[in-house]
Design a protein around this ligand. Structure first.
Ligand SMILES: Cc1cc2nc3c(=O)[nH]c(=O)nc-3n(C[C@H](O)[C@H](O)[C@H](O)COP(=O)(O)OP(=O)(O)OC[C@H]3O[C@@H](n4cnc5c(N)ncnc54)[C@H](O)[C@@H]3O)c2cc1C
Length: 431
């Protein structure tokens, strides 16, 4: 009998499997794919490191701790100073943040004053757990901030819609800050006693030698014995006594506890109604997702000068045909010698691009960089990647609470937090 069966070997499942094995637990990690990492994939091609998932990692507690535990300090590739300069598209021009705040064409004086009045706005009592991110930010900082800063920020992180996103699920820390009286004061106060990066840590956003995939490869490589089973999709989870029976390709696994890191329709299929199957398929199916295409365009540096900065995001009111563009060669020049590489993000909650062909996506990406950045050269290399992102829309917390009544554990991207650091944190804190 296994203590824990973990379904999915993304960063969450790998980190949790490693932790539990180190604690002496009998654990197995079942992965449908023949590789680990889910969306985290770094292709080494044409002399470039093309990221299919996360482009960069942040200097945050769980990621830095994991890198230290895996002795990966010497694998870090720090981003150029450009990593800290981000732009927002406004009136056809790229405005650097936060300098844009003082730009009168971006915020009018009264909008700025409304934003600065945030500490004086009374907190909402009692809090509304299902408030949308847009409503929360409008209430605290004014509508202009919600439309011009939150909207593109949400597009960049979630590829989501700020009107739909549940504030408490998507930005739990900010909601906590409000409870202390004001978001600004709470945010400043949270720095006291907060985690401090060790001296060896990079000072700004970074990647790893050979790309972000090195992290999941190292995690997988550090798992003892045959704990990790690749090419082993789980078909079904049934209740057995006080525990579960997990039916997977090639064998069944008894477990006291089951941790599910998969979401949406793939998870619902595992719980399709049947004898002894927890009745959760409906709630799993109901989780919204958004579809994103990321298009890499690599130009000869001599034909397209590399822009300086991390890249830009577009508020919905400005361009709906693009979420934003990451200037990957500006941030990590060592991974793109002699090339100017732009990663154009298209789709999300703004537009369903799931039916667009490669050709249509490529045309769209080239149109955007031509119009916004003036780059009209023919790319020397292109790559298109499609991904589905779980959304924490209004109703997320209530749905998660219902799911948990089944006795199954729900950890990872579709449930407990977006991004690599949240995944590593969820794995560390699971009990
Ligand atoms: C385009 C893109 C850009 C991103 N950018 C960033 C970024 O800049 N920074 C950041 O921090 N994060 C970013 N993310 C998000 C980040 O990649 C995810 O939050 C994180 O990788 C999720 O890890 P996870 O283990 O929770 O889930 P997943 O990695 O999705 O793991 C779930 C695993 O379950 C497996 N599985 C599915 N069905 C079954 C089954 N039936 N049986 C067994 N296994 C199954 C899947 O194959 C997968 O490996 C980005 C994601 C994408 C797609």
């Amino acid at each position: 009998m296994n203590d824990v069966v973990i379904i999915g070997a993304g960063v969450t499942g790998l980190a949790l499997g490693r932790r539990l094995a180190n604690e002496g637990k009998n654990v197995v990690v079942l992965e449908a794919d023949e590789r680990v990492g889910g969306p985290i994939r770094s292709l080494k091609t044409s002399g470039l490191v093309v990221e299919c998932g996360p482009q960069a990692l942040r200097v945050t507690e769980h990621t830095i701790t994991a890198l230290e535990e895996l002795s990966m300090q010497d694998r870090i590739v720090e981003g150029s100073a450009a990593v800290n300069t981000r732009f927002i598209l406004w009136d056809g021009k790229l405005r650097p943040v936060p300098r844009a705040l003082l730009d009168r064409s971006f915020f009018k004086k009264r909008e700025l004053l409304r934003m600065m009045a945030e500490p004086m706005i009374a907190r909402r009592d009692p809090p509304r757990p299902d408030e949308s991110a847009f409503d929360f930010v409008t209430r605290r900082f004014g509508k202009a901030v919600a439309e011009r800063l939150l909207d593109p920020f949400v597009a960049g992180i979630y590829a989501g819609d700020a009107h739909q996103l549940e504030m408490a699920a998507a930005f739990p820390d900010v909601v906590k800050w409000e409870r202390s009286g004001s978001v600004v004061a709470g945010g400043i106060g949270s720095r006291r006693g907060a985690w401090r990066a060790p001296a060896w840590a990079p000072k700004r956003g970074y990647t790893l030698k050979n790309g972000v995939q090195s992290l999941v490869d190292m995690l997988a490589g550090s798992l003892p014995g045959d704990l990790l089973k690749l090419s082993t999709p789980v078909d079904r989870v049934e209740r057995r006594g006080a525990g579960f029976l997990v039916r997977a390709k090639g064998g069944n696994y008894d477990a006291s506890r089951v941790v599910l890191t998969v979401g949406g329709a793939r998870a619902a299929a595992i719980f399709a109604p049947g004898p002894n199957v927890p009745d959760i398929a409906h709630d799993l199916n109901a989780q919204p997702t958004s579809f994103v295409a990321s298009v890499h365009l690599a130009f000869k540096a001599s034909e397209a000068p590399s822009p300086e900065g991390f890249g830009w995001l577009s508020p919905t009111s400005q361009r709906k045909d693009v979420l934003g563009v990451v200037w990957v060669s500006s941030v990590f020049p060592a991974h793109y010698p002699g090339r100017t590489v732009l990663r154009v993000m298209i789709g999300g909650a703004r537009e369903d691009v799931s039916k667009m062909t490669d050709e249509q996506l490529l045309l769209r990406a080239r149109k955007v960089v031509a119009e916004v950045e003036g780059i009209r050269a023919d790319p020397a290399y292109t790559h298109i990647q499609r991904a589905t992102l779980p959304q924490y829309n209004v109703g997320h917390a209530a749905r998660l609470a219902r799911l948990r009544e089944s006795g199954v554990d729900f950890v990872g991207w579709p449930y407990t937090g977006n991004g690599v650091d949240a995944a590593l944190g969820a794995a560390r804190n699971w009990s």
